[in-house]
Design a protein around this ligand. Structure first.
Ligand code: FPP
Length: 256
């Protein structure tokens, strides 16, 4: 099933940034990689074929984002709700992730990509956790783009876990309730230390957030496209950034 899998992503990816303001590149882009199943079905293929294609596309988009100057790319690979899918599909995505994290390490290091993860480890198999830990360790000194992969991620659970941690700190007398503020919450989320996403991209045609980064996207610009994720190209990323740059971000304030 994974034969001939993970060819090297072309090193000579051309990204036309002519129309972009290079002084206003979103630092952090989050992507809901949606539409894999429908993309496969449209070609008379099984859904997993779409996930495989989606993983290949991710390699290209990481390169493109890096070339454009994006600092953090957070991608939704598997949600806490995705366990409801047929076991065969769940296992396929987990195997795909393992393969990705094994085969891509040299590429990550050659391109200075630092891999990180957000999500809960609970319920994940030892095998997948080992690969994740390995990728984390092997790329931790890279100083280029951060590829932050959301695996077994649910934003509501992330907030619940943050509250539990803060409650434990309060119970231990390390913090008092009146001192809890936005920064306290942020510092206890999986994304602690990362800037909030400036831009959230959802391919695949659906217009919803699907329990992704609910706290962190408070002021993100949201870009939807009907293009299925396996068809998503560097040009689509540039389009999304162009739209982002056309928006006026007021963060609750007023225009100048
Ligand atoms: C949503 O498409 C996609 C997923 C639930 C899985 C995303 C996984 C990948 C892109 C590949 C694995 C990732 C890595 C990092 C190797 P969908 O299945 O919901 O598509 P549909 O809406 O058309 O059914």
């Amino acid at each position: 099933m994974f034969k001939n899998f993970f060819q090297k992503a072309p090193n000579n990816i051309v990204v036309d940034t002519t129309d972009l303001d290079m002084n206003n590149i979103p630092q952090h882009i989050a992507i809901i990689m949606d539409g894999n199943g429908r993309w496969a079905k449209a070609q008379g293929k099984v859904r997993t074929y779409g996930h495989k294609a989606g993983a290949e596309v991710l390699k290209t988009i990481v390169r493109a984002a890096d070339k454009i100057g994006v600092k953090v790319l957070t991608v939704y690979a598997f949600s806490t709700e995705n366990w409801k899918r047929p076991l065969e599909e769940v296992n396929f995505i987990m195997d795909l992730l393992c393969l990705y994290l094994t085969k891509e390490i040299d590429e990550f290091n050659a391109n200075n990509v630092q891999v990180r993860f957000i999500g809960t480890r609970q319920g994940m198999s030892e095998k997948v956790l080992e690969k994740m830990d390995y990728a984390l360790e092997a790329t931790k000194d890279n100083t280029g783009i951060i590829l932050n992969i959301a695996v077994n991620y649910g934003s509501q659970l992330e907030i619940v876990e943050a509250v539990r941690k803060i409650a434990a700190q309060a119970a231990a007398g390390e913090i008092v309730a009146a001192d809890i503020d936005e920064a306290t919450i942020e510092n206890n989320l999986y994304t602690a230390g990362l800037p909030a996403p400036d831009l959230l991209i959802r391919p695949g045609g659906d217009v919803r957030i699907s329990n992704f980064l609910l706290w962190q996207i408070a002021y993100a610009e949201i870009y939807y496209t009907k293009t299925y994720w396996p068809d998503f190209k560097p040009e689509d990323l540039v389009d999304a950034i162009r739209v982002f740059q056309g928006r006026e971000r007021r963060f609750g304030g007023l225009s100048d």
